[in-house]
Design a protein around this ligand. Structure first.
Ligand code: ZN
Length: 343
């Protein structure tokens, strides 16, 4: 008997891979454009969704990334960034996300020459206001961009370290993967690690398994974003499991960027059943017109996940979160209680 979406909404979930600039509410995007005098090529929610939806019209990661030009155009002031971050926490709380790690690159919010510090502070303020209202545990991941200069990534990594005590929990590298090796940004990763900031990297999404190996070996990543093509290398899969690498899997997004040809062909369940720490995430709620409950439902139905496997996905999210020991212990205990009540 397939379960109703309300079951998946009740599950205590961790959202570890969610882009602030890809997860705006459509209504907010229109409101921010009107307020800040930004021209958008649409005036209502259906037209907006059509313009930014990843769906059938996009055929690659590069193509998918082009939609961000529109969302970023309304996120160029501190109040706009604060609002987007706050509303993302509200949206997560409404579907029982217990830990949210939102990510964005301050480098992409400098149209009006805002300082990287001011941009980071705005996102942190919105997350904090959301956490205070909802009780969701929050963290912020700052992203360097693969096809921007290594110096710009290093600047972001230094900001990540500077704001660690104020809620930045991770450093990531996003953007087009093909032709832009993460190791070019090795100095940025080293600066983040030296500052006690945890590492995740978008890897193995558009590129092969070697990109996941690079994330583990050269950058000492604790997690990778997607990691889809890890499935192509059996020996590396075993090594990733032993290393304790967590995979931030985003099913709908992977279909839309054509990292996989269908969700049924996605290696998520094979990762999970091989004992790799696989988690489920949305990537971009607006572009993929999804939320985390829908991603869980999709996975459960397509891969016929058992209750034990669903439990494991929820707990993997907590175990992979970039939190201190005390927070993890508390989150694990409350998540186990909530799982016992839900299943
Ligand atoms: Zn991503």
């Amino acid at each position: 008997m397939p379960r109703d979406i309300s079951f998946y909404r009740r599950l205590p979930k961790a959202e570890l891979h969610c882009h602030l600039d890809g997860s705006l509410r459509p209504e907010t995007m229109l409101a921010l454009a009107a307020k800040d005098g930004v021209h958008l090529p649409f005036h209502d929610v259906p037209a907006l969704k059509k313009a930014v939806r990843a769906g059938e019209i996009r055929t690659s990661l590069e193509d998918y990334l082009s939609a961000f030009t529109l969302t970023l155009s309304v996120l160029q002031t501190a109040p706009a960034i604060e609002r987007a971050a706050f509303e993302l926490v509200e949206d997560c709380a409404a579907e029982n996300v217990v830990r949210l790690e939102a990510r964005f690159s301050p480098l992409l919010h400098q149209t009006h020459k805002l300082a990287l510090e001011a941009i980071t502070e705005a996102a942190l303020a919105g997350l904090k206001r959301g956490a205070e209202k909802t009780g969701v545990s929050v963290g912020l991941i700052l992203c360097g961009i693969r096809n921007l200069s290594p110096d710009s990534s290093l600047a972001v990594a230094k900001i990540a370290a500077k704001y660690k005590a104020r809620g930045v929990c991770g450093f990531d590298l996003a953007g087009p993967e093909v032709g832009y090796a993460a190791s070019l940004h090795a100095d940025a990763f080293a600066a983040a690690r030296d500052g006690g900031v945890q590492i995740t990297v978008h890897a193995g999404e558009a590129e092969g398994a070697w990109s996941v190996a690079e994330a583990m070996d050269a950058l000492q990543a604790k997690r990778v974003g997607h990691g889809t093509h890890l499935i192509d290398d059996d020996a590396l899969l075993v090594r990733a499991k032993e290393y304790g690498l967590a995979l931030e899997v985003c099913l709908s997004s992977n279909l839309e960027t054509q990292s996989v040809q269908s969700i049924a062909e996605h290696p998520f369940a094979r990762f999970l059943r091989a004992g790799v720490r696989a988690t489920l995430n949305t990537d971009n709620r607006l572009m993929s017109d999804t939320d985390l409950s829908a991603e869980y439902q999709r996975a459960a139905e397509i891969f016929r996940l058992s209750d034990e496997e669903l439990r494991r996905v929820c707990l993997n999210g907590i175990d992979a979160a970039f939190v201190d020991k005390e927070t993890r212990t508390a989150l694990r205990a409350s998540t186990e209680r909530a799982l016992a009540a839900a299943m």
